[in-house]
Design a protein. Structure first.
Length: 400
């Protein structure tokens, strides 16, 4: 699919090179608060093995907690950026949809896009039948499940980057790139555009991060950049990151199934944009005894990870004190990544006398290249993002 796409890139390039004029300012001041979630991986399998996702066997309780919290907070829109279900089975979707219906019935618009896991057992038409009646839609792409929605003065491009490849990777067909261009050109210059996808726009553009996490259309970044799109949200990678590239920002959401179990909060007021996380409040919104169960599952996960990591470290080091210190430091790194605080702890971690030994111990595992990339690409905080939208003239010409 990717090679076939590249044959058409010259056509897209010519199409998007023309100078095109965006509509005039509408005069409305954007004012929006959104709750954003990704990679829920909802499953109706109560016997699912936790692995690296401690809450995977408690999906009903987790989703109930999230639903109660969202309804109580009454955001202007609730957004899910893919991998809504574990495998896209009918039973999973049918169990998930009542939660989304409750959010919509509370007067909160819903935006959902698919992820790669959603197409493991489901086709595009079935997804459309299940999700479209719940979603707020302004305009739809006919080639994929992509659509747009305008809410409180903000335009969301809810992009389906998975159905074209049947979940194998992130990519848009030529027809969807054409529809995207039309949507961008029809949007007044005063209206902020937020690009939503499952795979990433910015991952690996200027770093050694795995480009398989990125949408494969080579012209996508230039199209968005030239159209002055400044904010993107995606998922898929399960750990929260904030990426920056020449005035474009991307929030990669973590999964609520793993610590620290958070929701993304987006606030756009006028030209000011603020992105933060807030914890899922299991004590206030969870079913009875669920908060205690979450703590128990997280503790069991920590013990399991400690055992696994000790086994890895002991293959290289034999002294008990070294094994303990190296394992403890690596666990601290993992917790910092999951908790979005690695940048804040970077100097202290790198100053630890066992820092180099962590890399040595993990060099022969998949953690080795991950650690190398992680510390070379962690250049700013992933906790919060605040920036000002670049104001455009009422009539602007966008060179595509």
């Amino acid at each position: 699919m990717i090679k076939k796409m590249k044959k058409h890139e010259h056509w897209i390039h010519r199409l998007f090179r023309r100078n095109l004029q965006r509509p005039a300012n509408t005069g409305r001041i954007p004012d929006l608060r959104a709750v954003i979630l990704s990679d829920l991986h909802f499953s109706d399998n109560r016997n699912a093995i936790a692995g690296i996702l401690p809450l995977v066997s408690t999906e009903d309780e987790l989703t109930e907690t999230i639903t109660r919290q969202v309804i109580h907070e009454k955001p202007d829109v609730f957004i899910m950026t893919g991998d809504n279900t574990s495998n896209g089975r009918d039973s999973e979707v049918q169990a998930l949809l009542p939660y989304l219906q409750r959010i919509r019935d509370a007067g909160i618009p819903v935006i959902c896009i698919p992820g790669n896991h959603d197409f493991a057992r489901m086709d595009k038409e079935t997804w459309k039948q299940y999700y479209y009646p719940l979603c707020t839609i302004t305009d739809r792409d006919t080639g994929t499940l992509s659509y747009s929605a305008v809410i409180h003065g903000v335009k969301f491009l809810a992009m389906d980057d998975c159905s074209y490849s049947h979940g194998d990777h992130g990519e848009f067909p030529v027809s969807t790139m054409r529809w995207l261009r039309k949507e961008l050109l029809s949007t007044p210059a005063s209206v902020p555009v937020v690009f939503l996808s499952h795979y990433s726009v910015l991952t690996g553009r200027n770093t050694r991060e795995d480009i398989r996490y990125r949408i494969q259309n080579s012209k996508l970044y230039d199209i968005l950049k030239n159209a002055h799109v400044q904010l993107c949200f995606s998922g898929h990678q399960h750990n929260r990151k904030i990426l920056k590239d020449r005035g474009m920002y991307e929030i990669i959401s973590g999964t609520p199934l793993a610590y620290p179990h958070t929701l993304g909060i987006l606030r756009i007021t006028g030209t000011h944009v603020s992105c933060r996380t807030e914890p899922i409040d299991f004590d206030q919104y969870g079913p009875e005894h669920y908060a205690a169960k979450v703590r128990e599952l997280n503790h069991a996960h920590d013990l399991s990870m400690t055992k696994i990591l000790r086994g890895i470290v002991s293959q290289t080091y034999t002294r008990e004190d070294e094994i303990q210190e190296i394992t403890a430091l690596f666990l601290r790194i993992l917790t910092a990544v999951q908790g979005d605080t690695l940048y804040e702890q970077l100097k202290e971690i790198q100053g630890n006398p066992y820092y180099d030994k962590v890399f040595t111990a993990m060099s022969s595992t998949n953690y080795g290249p991950w650690l190398d990339t992680l510390f070379k690409t962690t250049t700013h905080s992933s906790c919060t993002l605040d920036f000002t939208l670049v104001e455009q003239p009422s009539h602007r010409r966008v060179k595509m």
